[in-house]
Design a protein around this ligand. Structure first.
Ligand code: CA
Length: 228
């Protein structure tokens, strides 16, 4: 139904909310401090992020701002303390989609979650933004264009598809077979060697140092993964 990242440090609230969201059919991941929340928000894909403001290590505002800076457009629902109007305004200014004031009823949170997910445009429900950037590279998903330092890079359709898949599933390791199935399709005749060749081309075109790729990484004996 949807994958939700809950960034909250109150044990009781984590339990209540993740229990309830899970029973509503959501897949819930939790982070109990701002730094961990930021890492997960950037490196994994979610349909929604529920973000508390008062957090250890990095507050919710900073997490929100930095997550947006990384190009992540996953909807963010901020949890602010009671009556902090300034918090709400600031939160929305920093790129949050909605806010909820503590204390709240779980049913109220569920209603907000559903409302946000309903208005999330199609194509971004997996947390993939219309634009995504890493290093000097900018991917315009809608136009299927990739540029590096403002210069358009020529990618074949398969290179783009492979890059898009890696970015959408960033942080996860994918075997060559998995990439073949996901990008080339089940009936594809190419061999796993095809994957290696396309990975090499992508690195050549996009990495600052293709011999020591920073983003399109080899996981020895397993496959490939993309990291921001
Ligand atoms: Ca808190």
């Amino acid at each position: 139904m949807g994958k939700i990242l809950l960034v909250e440090d109150e044990e009781g609230l984590i339990l209540t909310l993740s229990d309830r969201l899970t029973s509503e059919g959501f897949d819930v991941a939790t982070a109990n401090d701002g730094e961990k929340g930021f890492e997960m928000a950037v490196n994994e894909s979610f349909d929604l992020i529920i973000l508390d403001v008062m957090l250890p290590k990095k507050n919710g505002f900073d997490v929100c701002r930095d997550v947006r800076k990384e190009g992540v457009t996953t909807p963010i629902l901020m949890l602010t303390a009671k009556g902090e109007t300034i918090d709400k305004v600031l939160g929305l200014k920093l790129g949050a989609d909605d806010y909820l004031t503590k204390p709240f009823e779980t049913i109220e949170l569920l209603a907000r979650v559903e409302a946000i997910l309903r208005r999330t445009p199609a194509g971004s429900e997996n947390g993939t933004p219309q634009e995504f950037h890493f290093g000097d590279v900018l991917i315009d998903v809608k136009r299927a264009e990739v540029s590096k330092m403002g210069v358009l890079i020529e990618l074949s359709a398969m290179e783009f598809k492979l890059l898009k898949f890696l970015v959408e599933n960033r942080g996860n390791v994918h075997s060559r077979d998995e990439l073949l199935d996901a990008v080339w399709g089940y009936d594809a005749t190419p061999t796993t060697r095809t994957v290696d060749v396309h990975i090499a081309w992508l690195r050549q075109k996009l990495e600052s140092n293709p011999k020591h790729p920073k983003h399109i990484q080899t996981v020895h004996g397993m496959g490939y993964k993309f990291v921001v």
